[in-house]
Design a protein around this ligand. Structure first.
Ligand SMILES: [Zn+2]
Length: 432
């Protein structure tokens, strides 16, 4: 296999350590016994515990800086590493390691995640969390400029070089033997990874599969009956709590609270209605044009005459048309729409159908009519009496009838039972 030949192998040469330090790592990773006397380290294993491991069962390695003149049966550190590398391949496929400062299990990351959030009046819990193993290869070669040092190069599972930034953020440069930590990587899976480097890189003295971990899951927040989630998917080493994105306000936050209607939102987006004290979204509050208070839109109405929004409690009834309007458009009890009705002819299309339907209206000599806020107002002037009919714009059935008699009389609502007396029986009403 020659996968390395055409790959850009321009990896920083900065990941170095002494040959002896690497030997110590390999001893621990393979799990052989060691004893040291001066510059002489004896490495050995019990062949009954490792029947598949070949002879020799013991090697004596010099860790002296100058290994030019070694005693009999003492090998230099490079040969000690070669012996360990052979055993590592037989046992687990390679040297296995993990980043020293990497959270390994779910419980190691949950606390930091939960501490990031504040949930007013509620709670949070993990809504699933899976730890996924991601292997990286650390290929170790003798330094070309110093025989007492090794150089590590890092690759991902596809043998693409890993950038220095990524090496730093994943903690690949500071690893510890995997030891008894559980892993889903079998010996054959490790072999597949390591096979990519053999032959292609003749100077390789050993390879370490470094198992980095990602955490994928979600945190669920619950306040009352409602719940909301944030999800995460990151390296366990760099995982940080993701902010909650409040759909209602668009804010990102770590402080969650519930509105009066139960919706979970960013606490910073909540404000109190100045009329009721209820908790509503700040952005949804409206200013009452009558009181100037910032209030819950649920308790406001829109004046059909002025189009202004005000507290429903503040709305007033026009004595003439019976509609709920802002007090600001009332004068002597009549709304602006009623007061400013333009003159109309009996044949105008606005009122002609009404006169046809209620023939008694035709007795009146003068008409005014206008549409405003979805209501058609028709005023009929007689010499003594005036009538005002309010009719929904999209219907023919009046919803309000008021009458004014004489010069000094005020407008008074006519009970529906008395309508036929004033308007006559509708000529086409039954066909609706
Ligand atoms: Zn009115």
């Amino acid at each position: 296999m020659n996968v390395m030949a055409d790959k850009p192998t321009v990896v920083e040469d900065s990941h170095r350590e002494s040959l002896v330090a690497f030997l110590e790592f390999a001893v621990e990773a393979v799990g052989v016994a060691q004893s040291q006397e001066g510059d002489l380290v004896t490495l050995e294993f019990n062949h009954r515990e490792h029947p598949a491991w070949p002879r020799p069962y013991q090697v004596r390695v010099s860790v002296a800086t100058d290994s030019a003149d070694l005693p009999r049966r003492v090998v230099p550190a490079t040969e000690g590493i070669a012996w360990l590398w052979k055993l590592a391949q037989l046992e687990r496929g390679a040297l296995l390691a993990r980043p020293a400062s990497q959270p390994e299990a779910v419980h190691e990351i949950t606390r930091a995640l939960f501490e990031a959030y504040q949930v007013d009046g509620g709670q949070m819990h993990l809504a699933g969390c899976r730890i996924n193993e991601v292997p990286f290869l650390r290929v170790t070669e003798l330094a070309t400029d110093d025989p007492a040092q090794v150089v590590h190069r890092f690759y991902n599972a596809e043998m693409q070089p890993v950038s220095d930034d990524e090496v730093a953020s994943l903690g690949l440069a500071e690893v510890v033997p995997l030891g008894n930590h559980p892993t889903s990587f079998t010996r054959s899976a490790v072999h597949v990874l390591v096979n990519q480097i053999e032959e292609a890189m003749p100077g390789v003295v050993a390879a370490t599969v470094v198992i980095a971990k990602r955490a994928e899951g979600a945190i669920q927040f619950e306040i009352g009956e409602q719940c909301a989630q944030v999800s995460f998917n990151d390296w366990t080493r760099s995982l940080s709590a993701p902010p909650f994105r409040c759909a209602a306000s668009g804010r990102e936050t770590f402080h969650l609270a519930a509105l009066e209607d139960g919706r979970i939102v960013a606490a910073e987006a909540i404000a109190e209605c100045e009329h009721t004290g209820t908790r509503v979204l700040d952005s949804e509050l409206v200013t009452c044009t009558s009181t100037g208070k910032r209030v819950d839109p649920e308790i406001t109405s829109r004046c059909a005459v002025s189009d202004s929004v005000l507290l429903t409690d503040e709305m007033a009834t026009c004595k003439t048309c019976g509609q709920q309007v802002s007090p600001a458009v009332l004068d002597a009890g009549s709304c602006q729409a009623c007061r400013e009705l333009p003159l109309a002819r009996a044949t105008d299309e606005l009122i002609a159908p009404l006169l046809e339907r209620y023939p008694r209206l035709q007795q009146y000599g003068k008409f005014r009519a206008g549409q405003c806020g979805g209501v058609l107002r028709v005023m009929a002037h007689g010499w003594w009496r005036r009538l005002l009919l309010a009719v929904p714009s999209d219907e023919s059935q009046p919803m309000h009838l008021a009458m004014r008699q004489g010069l000094a009389g005020g407008w008074e609502q006519v009970p529906e039972a008395d309508w036929p007396q004033l308007l006559g029986q509708p000529s086409d009403g039954a066909t609706e």
